[in-house]
Design a protein around this ligand. Sequence first.
Ligand SMILES: [Fe+2]
Length: 309
Amino acid sequence: MALHRLLGIDIGVPEPEVLDDFYQEIGFVGGPRKWGPEGMPNQIVIEEAPYRQLLEMRVACESEADLHAITKNLDALGLHSSLKDGRLRIKDPVNKWDVVVEPHEVSDVPEQPARLMNRPGHRERIGARPGVMTEPVQRPPRRLGHVVIGTSDILATHALYVKGLGFKISDIVGGLGFFTRCSSDHHNFLMTPGPVPYLNHYAIEHDDIDAVMAAASRYSRAHEGVQIAGPGRHMIGGNVFWYLRDPSGTFFEQFADMDQIVDDAAWEIREDWPMDDSWSLWGEKDQPEVFFRPDDMDAVIEGFHKQHG
Ligand SMILES: [Fe+2]
């Protein structure tokens, strides 16, 4: 595929310094204002902004030829983009954030040693206590995996990202929630209808279920009122999840074990997900109401209208 990786995002918040402390606490490196896992310290860039919002999303393509092909697709949609210094940039006309596409070599995050597990009839952790208990340091988050946004014009957003930029649809829920990918992950970018464009959540991948549970437990035990949803395992995307709230009010998901799609033709896009029964295979049955109506939604709506008219 032309697109092959989610490189990073810029987030705007009124108080950037609270996120510096936060990203350090959850195990990202870098800073100030630029954070990520080891080896990718610019995956999340923080800037000051009047209300919390997504400012930019960066995606990798394979070659310069891809940039020209994307420009052509955007032109056909009547969307203006600019090509400068080997990067394509477009201001999303509906959602107001920038999308940047740039060529990068195709690569994956380094493989981590799998922890030994026992299953009926298959014992591999013999005479040893669990890795999550015995490993000398907690396993850190490995990368930014996906971004979920709300938008006031889902069809225009779908056109820009799918027809224009080349994100591929993995699944559709309710006819209006588009799970799309720019890598082998089931989703890197999920668009959903919303009252105004806003950042619903970003998700950080961990090595395994233990790492998700340990990281989310650690954070939620240390901070009151951060629980949003989970733990559970999504039906759509298949990932184990646990959603918490970061200090700026944006939800962040810790996840592991997402569906991988490497053969596009062999993947069957499902559109028949029941709206009221597709949240989680175990754990809480229903998505909490706060999920698409965060506590600061009114401030985000007001902030959007003030800044963008
Ligand atoms: Fe997610």
